[in-house]
Design a protein around this ligand. Structure first.
Ligand code: G
Ligand code: G
Ligand code: MN
Ligand code: NA
Length: 249
């Protein structure tokens, strides 16, 4: 297929880029982290969204190479931002399941000089559905390096709670669907419970997709520590001169 063919050459043609979205401390308003979000500048189609090309990259296993590139780029850019904020990188199940994955992470840290404690890997339930033993081993190796692990899209999967029991994540990211509906008291109650869960388990909690002051106020009131979303900043390239923030959808 055409898109697959294009995807195969995209790395060597330097068509990928990363946009960064700030993560803020809800109490102080300070930027304490950034999430790296992959973008593909297709020569004909323009910006192709990850929703379109990541499934294809996973099927073809091209995500292993693309993901390694993203890790190296994000680690280098974390230093270029010139502050002490963490850098979060999304990792897909195919990538995480590679025997050399921990080594790829270590190589990116070494090449950039970024301290391990400033790197955070975001994984979803699909990562955790793989062969449990080697998975836990990889998570432990990364942890020993000092890299943090965040459980992304929390609350949308089939068994989010059982994963919290099996592995000590550093962070839970509440899926943006809960934030979109947080004005609803039932949804607010669920968010309150997740924040409480994080506190009891010693995990930081980030709310995703915060778009309004009202949502931020509710989250602050519930004791949620961190947030990201269009209210605080859209994903944008490191050097604003070479591109534009993502357009509103
Ligand atoms: O930025 P956007 O909403 O279009 O991202 C859509 C999805 O693509 C996100 O949910 C995110 O998990 C995924 N994604 C973005 N960047 C990366 C990446 O570098 N690697 C992987 N595996 N997934 C990514
Ligand atoms: O699954 P993951 O959390 O990695 O996906 C992050 C995605 O959410 C990115 O594609 C990003 O563009 C999108 N995003 C970030 N902030 C907001 C927001 O405030 N509202 C909405 N609707 N999407 C957002
Ligand atoms: Mn994410
Ligand atoms: Na998410």
């Amino acid at each position: 297929e055409r898109l697959e063919l294009d995807l195969r050459g995209a790395l060597s043609r330097d068509e990928f880029m990363l946009h960064y979205q700030p993560v803020i401390d809800l109490e102080t308003g300070q930027v304490i982290g950034r999430e790296a979000l992959l973008r593909w500048r297709h020569p004909v189609r323009g910006l192709v969204s990850p929703g379109e090309f990541i499934p294809l990259a996973e099927e073809t296993r091209l995500i292993v190479e693309i993901g390694a590139w993203a890790l190296r780029r994000a680690c280098a850019d974390a230093l270029a931002f010139g502050d002490k904020a963490r850098m979060a990188v999304n990792v897909s199940a195919v990538q995480f399941g590679q025997p050399g994955f921990a080594h790829t992470v270590l190589a990116a840290l070494c090449a950039s000089g970024l301290p391990a404690h400033r790197l955070e890997l975001e994984i979803t339930e699909t990562v955790l559905m793989q062969d449990a033993e080697s998975l836990i081993a990889t998570l432990m190796v990364l942890r020993d390096l000092g890299v943090s692990i965040a459980l992304d899209d929390f609350g949308t999967g089939y068994s989010s709670l059982s994963y919290l029991r099996r592995f000590p994540f550093d962070k839970i990211k509440i899926d943006r669907s809960f934030i979109a509906d947080i004005a609803n008291p039932e949804t607010a109650a669920i968010v309150r419970a997740i924040v409480g869960l994080g506190a009891s388990l010693g995990m930081r909690v980030t709310a995703e997709g915060v778009e309004t002051e009202a949502q931020a106020a509710i989250l602050r009131n519930e004791g949620c520590g961190e947030a990201q979303g269009y209210l605080f900043g859209r994903p944008a390239p490191l050097a604003p001169a070479v591109g534009c923030p993502d357009q509103a959808v």
